[in-house]
Design a protein around this ligand. Structure first.
Ligand code: AMP
Length: 284
């Protein structure tokens, strides 16, 4: 497995990398959720294609009061995991390499990024789109794999790739969970034992609430169950259209795929999760 740090090295690697080239963008501190994405990339690339994992803690997607400085960095273990799961190369650039001094250009998706996490983390998805666009231009993959855990991110990246004519496929991968249902996340390691126990109530609340009849009941039940189960009121709970992320009205019919998405802060740790709802058709 090659470790690439600079644009020049990466361009040289890319020029002779057998197709298809499949990219898995990450911020490192890799866990079994990331490993599943790398496995899926390997399966998609086949024996002869190329799997590239990027590891970069992207400063532009963190707000001024967020956890950039303390975000976990475990490069040695990450490289080991990438190698074990069959990656051909890891691209791990410095911040100066990705954001050359004097740069002044950003990529801003202006619709899907405004609600949900975007409302609470202004500028977050601008940072995400910018770094993902840079990665696409440097690595020129045939496909890139993103987790459904970050559902809004996946939808925004799909939209950006479509709108800016990036010639690649965006593949979504189902959320990988711990045995008790908690979505795996690099930030789960911030939780102490008591918080970790309470965190398990979060995904359970979303799946239970998703059984309710209409959007209003689903959101009300999710809010109540999250608050009771985790001991914290959610930062948001919304039922949105799976493609446009437009919020559904309380009495709207569930005629198209929808997503129940929520964020909750347990202690100092912010967790996000979501469940997909299949369309329901009126009984005749
Ligand atoms: P991150 O390193 O947290 O930025 O995540 C890198 C990629 O891994 C993103 O596409 C995430 O959506 C995905 N990912 C993170 N956690 C999970 C998980 N538990 N299941 C599936 N994908 C995940």
């Amino acid at each position: 497995m090659r470790t690439l740090g600079t644009m020049a090295e990466t361009a040289a690697f890319q020029a002779t990398a057998p197709s298809p080239v499949i990219l898995v963008p990450t911020m490192g501190a890799l866990h079994a959720g990331h490993a599943a994405l790398i496995d899926a990339a390997r399966a998609r690339a086949g024996r002869n294609g190329t799997v590239i994992v990027s590891i970069f803690v992207n400063p532009t997607q963190f707000g001024p009061n967020e956890d950039l400085a303390k975000y976990p960095r475990t490069m040695e273990a990450d490289l080991e995991m990438c190698s074990t799961h069959g990656a051909d190369a890891v691209f791990a650039p410095t911040a100066d390499e990705m954001y050359p001094p004097g740069d002044s250009t950003f990529v801003d998706e202006t619709k899907l990024s405004r609600g949900l996490c975007g409302a609470q983390r202004p500028g977050h998805f601008r940072g995400v789109c910018t770094v993902v666009a840079k990665l696409f231009n440097i690595i020129r993959p045939d496909a890139a794999i993103f987790g459904e855990k970050d559902y809004q991110q996946l939808a925004i990246v799909r939209r950006m790739a479509r709108d800016l004519f990036f010639n690649l496929e965006i593949i979504g991968h189902p959320t990988v969970r711990e045995a008790d249902g908690l979505a795996m996340s690099s930030r789960n390691r911030y939780l102490d034992a008591d918080e970790r126990k309470r965190a398990a109530a979060f995904p359970a609340a979303l799946s239970t609430a998703a059984q309710e009849n209409d959007p209003g009941q689903i959101m009300a039940k999710a809010t109540a169950l999250i608050t009771n189960g985790t001991g914290s009121a959610p930062q948001y709970v919304e039922l949105v259209d799976a493609e446009t992320l437009a919020p559904l009205a309380p009495l709207a019919a569930l005629e198209r795929p929808a997503v129940l998405a929520a964020a909750v802060k347990i202690g100092e740790t912010r967790l996000i999760d979501n469940v997909r709802l299949a369309p329901r058709h009126a009984k005749v």
